[in-house]
Design a protein around this ligand. Sequence first.
Ligand code: IVH
Length: 664
Amino acid sequence: MSDKAKKRIDELVERINRYDYEYHVLDNPSISDIEYDRLFRELVDLESQHPELAHSDSPTKRVGGEVLDGFRKVEHTLPMLSLANAFGEEELIRFDERLKKTGKSHSYVVEPKIDGLAASLLYESGRLVRAATRGNGTIGEDITHNVRTIKSVPLSLNEDVDIEVRGEIYMRKAAFLALNEARQQRGEPLFKNPRNAAAGSIRQLDSSIAARRDLDMFVYSVAESDEEAKTPHHKVLSRLRSLGFKINDRIKHVQTIREAIRFAKNFEEQRFELPYDIDGVVVKVNERSLYKDIGYTAKNPKWAIAYKFEAEEVLTRIKDIFLQVGRTGQITPVASLEPVDVAGSTVSRATLHNDDYIRAKDIRKGDHVSIKKAGDIIPEVVAVVKERRDGSEKPYSIADKCPKCDTHLRREENEVDLYCPNPECPAKNVQALIHFASRAAMNIEGLGIRLCEHFYNEGYLKKIPDIYNLKKHRKELIKRAGFGEKSIDKLLANIDKSKENSLEHLLFGLGIRFVGQKVSEILAKRFETLDRLMQADKDELLSIDEIGEKIADSVFRYFRDTKRLSMIEDLKEQGLNTRYLGAKDSEGALRGKTFVLTGKLSNMTREEARRQIEAQGGKVTGSVSKNTDYLCAGEDAGSKLGKARELDVTVIDEAELQDMLNRK
Ligand code: IVH
């Protein structure tokens, strides 16, 4: 009986190990989950009936259960080093130049830099006997009990070898999202990102927790002294793969640094589509026989470097998709998200750009997505985590009518964006009013988004010139709940004051397509009066250095539209200034601008910066509010940065501040 049981146990162990390998390492299962579960249960039963026959590395041990009272320290046989960083292509080229100085020819291996935690695995006679964290590089912690639960880590190898390997323990994006979702349902605190979730799971004393966490591991090197290191790195990886380890299959052997850079860039572009987080690319010299000669710094090998990516990316879910109508009528699909922290602020919306973008990425309502801040300002949805789909996601097709006025949307030739062509579209009109009154345009204090919307809905404001007619409704406005006499008078005074603005403010306020603040200023300076600009033909516009075909065309067309012309007439009648007041305005380049300084500046102290800003008429305050024009953020900027982003305050760096100060 027991002979038969032994045979069956041996067979089950062999088969289940093979199925685990196929599923977790090769990503290519050969039996159904049900069949697998049946065999697994059979093995559990047999082992409990015949504990003396159970293998020490039986796959049933992967479910965990071992509970430690503390982590044992482990001294690494060879130190676990870290990598020097390279930011940008030039630093990779310099890395290559340094290596060329050794005089021996070499090639490279390019590997994704997995964003998890490093671990070392020790095998004796093909059996996993110990796993450890990196710790301080010399001494780590024993995490064998938890690593045994990771299904892609072989408990026994295909050969009975003694070997120590190193790699990265990580959590796949899909597993991370599922984990956080379950935690949210149970009211438990959420993990910030997959790396934290992986690290938190490995640092558990009770291995059944790690077992439930769906961890994974890529092996990326063998621990051998430089004397022993003869086999080229890419061959080592093939050998490790044949021993049963999970090796990343995107790793590439290339000949030159140019090729390595191309691959690194490829990874950078694809990073959001990968099923796991990577925070860079590791470029390693392939010829390990050269390692000894190339040598080491105190902490890092000189034969490898980590090329780091930029922008932060986080995962969340799309609750809904809606259309936003801009002041030019441009339609932007926007995702409403489960709120998430990105680069210091909470984000609950992200742009989906346009219909083509949604289709190219196959973005659906309900999808789990990665988002990032483009240029760290407007968050955008970068990619869908398709593995997390459960069938409830709904494909989104952009409506062909304006969500506000129901007009058929139009697409201009060669453009991807849709537009609402209706000049009376309420969404467009409100946006136009908000823009006109905004700080960078006519700077009408008190007339913000909410008031514009309110006055629009109440019928006081329909078109821009109505702003200057508001005073006719003074009595009515005072009677209305919520507006005191004082605040109305203040608002009316601010409106009156705005009539004196220099031409560039008015131009920007009109919201002519492609005419931003900078172009408004160029045009105002060049033509000096609105009338002169209105008469300009396209050639004259094109003769200005900074003005190209697109802007010239847009400006020219704007001033040929009868409705707009009559609106401008109205504004003139109301007494708005239409001249460029250049000289007066530029007195003290930073006049009227409020700055907040935060973080460490490298070329001046904050006190110096304050003096220089004040010398040019600017003001420096201590905290960010909606009245702040610029937050200048130095190194290690803290919560003020988050606050500024929340309030849409322009964030500049030290170099930009310096530019402003130089621009006297
Ligand atoms: S090689 C001596 N390869 O990045 C070289 N590291 O600072 C040791 N990492 O601690 C590392 N993916 O946790 C190497 N393909 C890869 C990697 C990788 C992720 C991590 C590892 C290491 C850190 C380097």
